[in-house]
Write a new protein. Sequence first.
Length: 306
Amino acid sequence: MNDELSAELSRIAPVMRDEPLSRHVTFGVGGPADLFVSAKNEEQLRGAFVTGQRHGVPVYIFGAGSNVLVGDGGIRGLVIDNQHAAIGEPWENGVGPRVSAGSGLSFATLARRLANAGYGGVEWACGIPGSLGGAVVTNAGAYGHSLRDVLIIARLTDAGGEVSEFSADDLELDYRKSALATGTMGESAVLSVDVRLQKGDAAGLKQTIRRYDEQRKSAQPTGQNCGSVFKNPPDKAAWEYVDGAGLRGHRIGNAQFSELHSNFILNLGGATAKDITLLIELAQEKIRAQTGVEMTPEVAFVGEFE
């Protein structure tokens, strides 16, 4: 890896070589990154991203690491751990309250902090562990809502460091996709977002969040996983297809489709990315053969796989 790049990055934030990415993703699997930088604020995030782009190496930005499967061979290039989690005070813009937050803040944390302060509009996101930056890329959602419903603008930097603001329409937010995910916007990094809020009652909002928490705990497994593995096809939920293929509880190595919710794959301890990939491919093959339906992964595959 380019020593000049490493030296330049070290003037922005501490640099680690060969950092195991299993430490930074909720699946708990994945090989090392050639170079790894933790960005604590917007200046470091933008600086590291632009520096990597200028040196012509692949640049990957990790938020909460909750929707990512890293290959056992790791990632060649630069990984930026986005810890830009600043959150401003809600303010009025003439048509209602809004708040600005850094792209490294978890969506769930934003929802809970705002509910405690008596602001609603995003309480449905209380169980989304991914970062706001990741939420922009995937148009994250839950309980019939998505980021598109509340996003006012997202601030992005391009590869040259120019910062611009984009609306939900600009970003083409749709079910679990965006112009960032499809690559039509070129190399860009999400720096921060502004979301639309509603003034509410803190006690009532916290009660709503408790109900969501209870629903999630009864329906979704804990432990090392990435969240939902497959996107829902138009006709029915993804877990129904996995069940129909007889794969609930099916295990390869130390990876297993959850007994509680079969659109989750669990790392039972010591699973590899290969184990998980084989499970995903097995489900796709069985469901395709039985129904003709192509199951699209919601999880992002990054790095080197066997």
